[in-house]
Design a protein. Structure first.
Length: 130
């Protein structure tokens, strides 16, 4: 997979991508079934159309070798998250990751486990424990 920048997915597209990341390669019917466990009233044809649009945009790839086409996410969840965060940092925080982190930490309660993980990450980035 090349490192070319993929288009920013919409919220609906992210919902579909989450299903593909969790399940792996899936048909439209399989994605539709998972989405309908969480969102009421998402029609099959709506999911089909969204996945066709996502194929055109390059967010997913379609295997047409079988009767039921199989779709897969073109980028990993981590790569997509990194790209979305980088875009958010530039657009909303003027390129400052510190401002993003401070805003994220002040916007909701952070568990002790999450704080410990953040400390480990910061220590690793800073060259280790002192």
């Amino acid at each position: 997979m090349s490192e070319t920048k993929l288009p920013r997915p919409t919220d609906a597209e992210l919902s579909i991508l989450r299903v593909l990341w969790e399940r792996g390669d899936s048909t439209v019917r399989e994605v539709h079934e998972v989405l309908n466990r969480h969102v009421d009233g998402t029609g099959y044809t709506t999911v089909l159309k969204m996945m066709q649009i996502m194929t055109d945009k390059g967010l997913v790839e379609r295997d047409e070798s079988q009767r039921a086409h199989v779709y897969r996410a073109r980028a990993t969840e981590q790569r997509t998250q990194r790209q979305l965060v980088a875009d958010l940092v530039e657009r909303a925080f003027g390129g400052s990751t510190a401002k993003l982190a401070m805003q994220a930490l002040s916007s909701r309660k952070t568990s002790p486990e999450e704080l410990a993980e953040l400390r480990r990450m910061l220590d690793a980035m800073d060259g280790g424990d002192e």
